[in-house]
Design a protein around this ligand. Sequence first.
Ligand code: GLA
Length: 378
Amino acid sequence: MLIKTPPMGWNSWNTFGENINEDMIRETADAMVSTGLKDAGYEYLVIDDCWSEHGRDKDGRLVADHVKFPHGMKAVADYVHEKGLKFGMYSCAGTLTCARYPGSYEHEFIDAETFASWGVDYLKYDYCYHSPIVPGPYLYRRMGLALENCGRDILFSACSWGSDETHEWIKTTGADIWRSTGDIFDSWKSIRDLTQQQEKLHPFNGAGCFNDMDMLVTGMYGKGNVGIAGCDDVQYRTHFALWCFMQSPLMIGCDVRNMSDATKETLMNPGLISLDQDPAVRQPFRIAKWDGGYVDKVLVYARHLAHGELAVGLFNMDSEKARAQFNMDELALPESTGKTIEMHNVFSGETIMPQNGAVGRVLEPYACEVYRCRIVDL
Ligand code: GLA
């Protein structure tokens, strides 16, 4: 499989953990359509850990939990497909999954065949309980080969949390996306930490193998499996904007059957989604790394987009009001070029034109402003 833009969808882990079953999966598929998420681009419905029986069948195949999924996984996949969505599942490179269900170690080919026979379109592949003597690249390459030979196009989502220098070898494995961070939790600290962890990994993101900053916590409000403190709507919006700016996969983690209006507005912001899905897939660059506490409190990023456009994002990562500013020089557009930018705010729709070669904006605590920019004559 060769993917050109980051996948978008929903994953069961953040809110539901082990509390999954076929009814809530069906309801989630229904909600992905009725709320407009599908039309906004969210196409994968992924069941994470805790879906199987604890033992394999007599032929060594994985079996869906009979109580949670009494009609079997193929029936669930069929329902998801009937809704026009794609279906994703989860396994692990170790002997056990992280929640101690059977892993795919030394069952890679038979498991890939099983997933294909159920109609699986996406496999998240975790890294718990892996052999201490068999290296990670080998384990992911083996599943990569199994998936490529299973007779079905299955997106390979590697999840080794960036450990063992994943960035150095992941592109040898056939992975389409790879977890470049540790697990996310529903707190501002976690969002800020993952954003920072990503900074040195931006050069490794690209079409065909995207850095995955983990599932979104937008709309969880502290409820569910990874809910801790929860965040407010401003923080959730900045979180979503950062993930879009970095071109991470967008896998929703909240209960989409019960989304607040603010959650819907954030997750379906067309301007942000178009940045995430920009076909040029260029590396973002950080500007305005100044002294005086601005270095990590206020992030200013830019990114070249398709068709000669630019994205500029100003992110206040801190609890105090702050000023974000940058000069046109830092976008490689000094006055001598005779050019400036027309900045279109993806939230408010307002357009601003920088005066005097500089832009300065005051940001409320944890707030962000994101702009799509056109190059115009001065
Ligand atoms: C790991 C992964 C999570 C989730 C859990 C399931 O922690 O990183 O995203 O899949 O396992 O047990």
